[in-house]
Design a protein around this ligand. Structure first.
Ligand code: HEM
Length: 227
């Protein structure tokens, strides 16, 4: 038992944390592939894929948004090492969600997509805009783009909060009244994530001394450059 425990700790220390989070993040995709292969996607497979990919996109997006506060407030610096892969997973699930909608739901009928969806369902517009904003963030997530854009990289990547707002709006708009508690819960979470970006609030909440918070913030900025 002790050996297993020691092995798990070593694994986590040697990048095991990154692998664990990445594999956990990929489970909705693996689940979908397994269910599709075994014919177990239910009576409405398009709806099942839509639910799973939409939720997975939102959850991984929110987890990636939580990494900086977890590091700055609780000193959990390792969270920063998974921020990028969580963000890319959000993009992957949003792309699958969009492909399911365009390909399986609307059979690639662009005229129908514009007339029935884009012009009549505002939540589709909000989702589409969220996806369009996520696209440049995913493209510029590499170290090369980070260097090329310099200070502008950080400004551009602040758009992730706009993506969060649009995604929650999209989720809220399409939900039935009785089911609106779920998007509302995400809205509250997003408001908290935005609040803890304010340095004064961050300092007050921090479980560490203000000096340690400032030092960690500086270290985090350095770490971000090498991510
Ligand atoms: C072009 C982009 C998008 C399109 C066309 C789209 C389309 C849709 C559609 C048709 C639904 C189902 C509505 C219904 O059941 O009546 C839906 C639900 C949903 N979408 Fe999107 N979406 C897009 C982007 C996004 C993004 C970027 C996210 C998250 C980051 C997202 C998250 C969700 C969630 C969580 C649901 C609710 C799933 C459920 O419980 O049924 N969507 N979307």
């Amino acid at each position: 038992m002790k050996i297993l425990y020691a092995g798990a700790i070593t694994f986590l220390h040697r990048g095991g944390f990154w692998w664990s989070v990445t594999l956990a993040g990929l489970t909705p995709l693996l689940w979908l592939l397994w269910r599709a292969a075994s014919g177990g996607l239910g009576v409405d497979p398009v709806n099942t894929i839509n639910n799973v990919t939409g939720r997975a996109a939102l959850i991984t997006l929110f987890l990636s948004l939580s990494c900086t506060p977890l590091s700055a407030i609780f000193g959990f610096r390792r969270a920063l090492t998974v921020r990028k892969s969580l963000g890319l997973m959000a993009f992957l699930y949003a792309s699958l969600h969009l492909l399911n909608f365009v390909g399986l739901d609307y059979g690639l009928n662009l005229k129908l997509i514009v007339q029935d969806a884009l012009l009549n369902k505002p939540y589709i517009l909000a989702g589409g805009l969220a996806f369009l904003l996520l696209l440049p963030l995913a493209i510029t997530s590499t170290r090369g783009w980070m260097k090329r854009l310099g200070k502008r990289w950080k400004q551009l990547h602040r758009l992730v909060y706009v993506v969060g707002v649009l995604a929650v709006l999209h989720f809220f708009w399409q939900a039935k009244v009785a089911e609106r508690w779920e998007p509302m819960a995400y809205a509250v979470l997003l408001a908290l994530l935005l609040l803890v970006r304010i340095p004064q609030i961050r300092r007050k909440l921090s479980v560490r001394s203000p000096k340690a918070v400032n030092m960690a913030a500086r270290a985090d900025r350095t770490l971000q450059q090498f991510e």
